[in-house]
Ligand binder design. Structure first.
Ligand SMILES: [Zn+2]
Length: 412
């Protein structure tokens, strides 16, 4: 099988200005936009929905017989991956949790992403990003990471038989499970700086020549459009598996870079554009971003009614995935919160730790970031932003095994 760009892909646009971004025949990898001040803003993919509509009229969306993200092939940017590449990615069930529902006075639904092959929802985004980058001529990938994204990037590079992904991690990650897992999947791991931002800066300096020539591609969060498209499949699954009549009222999403939050909403918008859901008759969920109170740039920007997210200084959090002091797609995250009638919540560290303990005692497969969604729901119930009896989906982004092996739960 040969990787190829999906002919349904109509154009690339800047997420900030809405201007079309030249695709150059997809002969070189897609990076940030050229229209906004350097380094540019995220580029997003738009589909020819007329074409997609014709395709899904013949074979309903999600019913093409494929497993994994390519079950939704008409709405993915790249086609032609072999079955072993991503058949085990995604396909996570939404499960109602009775005891948590009774405790919180709402219907609690959990979508558990910990069953993905590298243990987190990052597999969805990186599966599509690596295939898309490869289809556009990338020979190797690089990524700064605080954990799961790096592992997923190495996994899918290995699955395409590419040279190992170059992974930059903060110094303190030396020897931790992420380091070992990246190397297990053939990655080349380098340690720089105190956090992901410093590691990313070092990466772009060290690899400036390779990145400039397009042979090595930066697959950082939102630096290319594939990760968003992969994460979008969570929204497609929620919509198609639950059905429009059973949509949750609220989706609570642990927000670092926010790819999943923006992706889930993009899925709903595309389904509406295809006529597969009717927003006039189906109330779309209110999207809620939860962050650690120690690192809450999105919450601060939302509270102040700003159009974009300004970086903050992180005070450190036990939730590695939430230790993201800036958000390059901040404007997109805020747009989704407003468009959906949602909100943003800062979860105190002690409450996140307590929620993680609660998850364990309830037998829930979820990491510390996932537990933050439970904390957020407790806060939203207490202040009335979520009402009794509402249906609330908590997105469990990864397995508890990684934070437990990291020991961050006890040490940070
Ligand atoms: Zn732009």
């Amino acid at each position: 099988m040969e990787l190829r760009i999906n002919p349904n892909l109509a154009r690339l646009v800047c997420s900030n200005s809405g201007k079309e971004v030249p695709a150059h025949g997809f002969a070189s990898p897609i990076g940030l936009c050229p229209c906004c001040p350097r380094p540019g803003k995220p580029v997003v993919v738009e589909y020819d929905l007329q074409r997609v509509r014709a395709e899904v009229a013949a074979t309903p969306l999600g019913a093409n017989g494929a497993r994994g993200p390519w079950r939704f092939a008409p709405l993915l940017p790249v086609l032609g991956v072999p079955e072993e590449y991503a058949a085990d990615v995604g396909g996570t069930p939404v499960v109602r949790h009775e005891r948590l529902s009774a405790r919180l006075g709402v219907e609690v639904l959990l979508k558990n992403e910990g069953t993905n092959p590298s243990g987190s929802f990052k597999d969805r985004g990186l599966a599509v990003a690596v295939a898309l980058g490869r289809a556009c001529g990338a020979r190797r990938f690089c990524v700064p990471t605080q954990g799961n994204a790096g592992v997923a990037a190495c996994l899918f590079s290995a699955r395409l038989g590419m040279p190992g992904c170059v992974v930059y991690m903060p110094e303190s990650y030396r020897g931790c499970i992420y380091h070992r897992a990246c190397e297990f999947f053939g990655g080349e791991v380098r340690f720089v700086g105190a956090n992901i931002a410093a590691a990313g800066r070092a990466m772009r300096e060290d690899l400036a020549d390779e990145l400039g020539s397009g042979t090595t591609v930066d697959i950082s969060t939102f630096f290319e459009p594939g990760r968003l498209e992969g994460k979008k499949t969570m929204g497609l699954e929620i919509a198609l598996d639950l059905g429009p009549g059973a949509f949750p009222d609220v989706i609570v999403y642990p927000t670092g870079g926010g790819t999943g939050l923006v992706g889930i909403w993009k899925a709903f918008e595309e389904l509406a554009g295809l006529g597969l859901i009717d927003p006039a008759r189906t109330r779309l969920p209110r999207m809620v971003a939860v962050q650690s109170a120690n690192c809450a740039p999105v919450v601060a920007a939302f509270a102040e009614g700003l159009p974009d997210v300004a970086p903050v200084v992180s005070q450190g959090t036990i939730a590695d995935g939430l230790d993201v002091p800036g958000a390059i797609m901040g404007h997109g995250i805020l747009r989704v919160l407003h468009a959906s009638g949602g909100t943003a919540v800062a979860a105190p560290e002690e409450a996140i730790a307590a929620a993680f303990t609660r998850y364990g005692l309830e037998g829930v497969n979820g990491g510390v970031e996932s537990a933050a969604t439970l904390t957020a729901l407790e806060i939203l119930r207490a202040d009335g932003r979520v009402r009794a009896g509402e249906r609330v989906l908590l997105l469990n982004t990864g397995t508890q095994l990684i934070p437990l092996s990291r020991g961050t739960w006890y040490h940070k």
